[in-house]
Design a binder for this molecule. Structure first.
Ligand SMILES: *Cc1c(COP(=O)(O)O)cnc(C)c1O
Length: 426
């Protein structure tokens, strides 16, 4: 459920008319709803309350939406952070996430990133290989610190989601292969500077069926028992993120957080560990819209092309994952038509929807791409020399720009000339 609703024929975010934001900030622009984010935190927290042996840690997957205002909203609600780079770690800290609630995931952590995280005192490193454990051991010993670690296990289950967001198959690059797990833990125990304390798994994103997660968690449960039998003290189990959100109202709704929580409770009963969850999309997906204006409607052979001022550089998901976003006129006329919705970028892939039945729109109308709060602004680029998309946060009847539109002059000034081309120094 979200807080984007029509009032007297105009789409609002909470108590703010989206057209007021489009007029003031210009388009394209991302708009986030605080009430929606807070609601999703509450729903997820209630769904997993009491699971494991105490208060689970909910570590928001920062890559889904790293805007500092979003992270600060989540930090204030008591969430931790799942980070995959030095940049995400620093953003989470800057937004007020306590270091001990930060988990460092990712398949290619560098020594410099490890040192930064160790100095910050983060809660856990989720290691993805034996060589990574060896590098972390060296870095920790060099700093005179101890690294709390878990291994991310690749359970070899197919997540049944889009190939580009499936991470738990044996040929995916993520995690330690299930059959190598015992050897990896034995090695880590022998290395100085590591405190081996946990286990982790994450099989993919936009999961719309609980069965693959359940199968993965069952395998993790089996491994916890074997590891303990071999003398490894496993006190935490990180079950990752991945629960899907509804994008297309014509498709079945993904399993609810409550159903997910129930499955987790059933599978993990008796594990005697602190559970960690890393939801990303579920927390912020429905909490964001991308507002864009129709530049013009161009006649086509079968359907007209609605050319909008947002493009694949602002919202990559349709182009990257064939993702479906609901498209709504901010002030619909009541008429409908079928159209292709495209951006101005010089790529056929810059297409948001093909043959979409939608509100009839004209040049100058504002439309919203719904459910754009996750993997939206964070994947934006400046391709075609388009400025990075600004972001706005709404709370009740208040709103604020939380990322300014980058002036084109700044975009251009970021490049510099080598001396042989620079007339001033040549
Ligand atoms: C991306 C990612 C998540 C979050 O996935 P969502 O589908 O957004 O919930 C969690 N954990 C890890 C390790 C990830 O890579």
């Amino acid at each position: 459920m979200d807080h984007f609703d029509y009032r007297d024929g105009a789409l609002f975010a909470e108590d703010v008319a989206l057209n007021a934001i489009a007029d003031a900030v210009g388009t394209p622009v991302y708009v986030y709803s605080t009430a929606t984010i807070e609601r999703h935190v509450r729903v997820f927290r209630e769904a997993v309350a009491g699971a494991g042996n105490g208060d689970p840690l909910i570590a928001f997957a920062v890559k889904a939406n790293p805007n500092r205002a979003v992270l600060a909203t989540l930090a204030r609600a008591g969430l931790g952070a799942d980070v995959v780079s030095a940049g995400e770690l620093m953003r989470a800290r800057a937004a007020g996430v306590p270091a001990d609630r930060i988990v460092f995931s990712g398949v290619g952590k560098t020594a410099a990133e490890m040192a930064l995280a160790l100095r910050e005192g983060i809660g856990q490193f989720n290691l993805e290989s034996e060589p990574e454990a060896e590098m972390l051991s060296q870095v920790a010993v060099g700093l005179g610190l101890t690294a709390p670690v878990a291994f991310r296990i690749n359970p070899n289950v197919e997540a049944g989601t889009h190939a580009k967001i499936s991470t738990g198959g044996s040929e995916d690059k993520f995690g330690v292969a299930y059959d190598r797990a015992m050897a990896a833990y034995d090695l880590a125990r022998s290395l100085p500077g590591l405190n081996v304390r946990g286990i982790a798994v994450h099989i993919g994103s936009q999961l719309t069926d609980l069965a693959p997660s359940r199968a993965a968690f069952l395998r993790i449960g089996g491994l916890i028992a074997s590891l303990r039998a071999a003398g490894h003290a496993i006190v935490s189990a990180d079950l990752g993120g991945g629960l899907g959100v509804p994008y297309d109202p014509s498709l079945p709704v993904p399993p609810s957080p409550a159903a997910y929580g129930e499955m987790v409770r059933e599978v993990t009963a008796g594990w005697d560990v602190r559970l960690v969850f890393e939801p990303g999309r579920l927390i912020v997906g429905n909490a964001g819209v991308l507002l864009t204006r129709v530049i013009r409607v161009k006649p086509g052979v079968t359907y007209p092309f609605v050319i909008v001022d947002a493009a694949m550089n602002d919202l990559l998901r349709p182009s990257l994952y064939d993702a479906w976003h609901d498209v709504r006129a901010v002030e619909p006329s009541g008429e409908r038509f079928t159209a292709h919705i495209v951006g101005p970028i010089c790529e056929s892939g810059d297409t948001f929807a093909k043959g979409r039945e939608m509100d009839r729109v004209h040049s100058g109308d504002t439309v919203g791409f719904m459910t754009a709060g996750a993997y939206g602004a964070t994947m934006a680029s400046t391709y075609n020399s388009r400025a990075l998309t600004p972001e706005v946060m709404v709370s009740g009847d208040k709103w604020a720009v939380v990322r300014e539109r980058q002036p084109l002059e700044a975009l251009i000034a970021a490049d510099s000339l080598p001396p042989w081309l620079d007339e001033e120094t040549a």
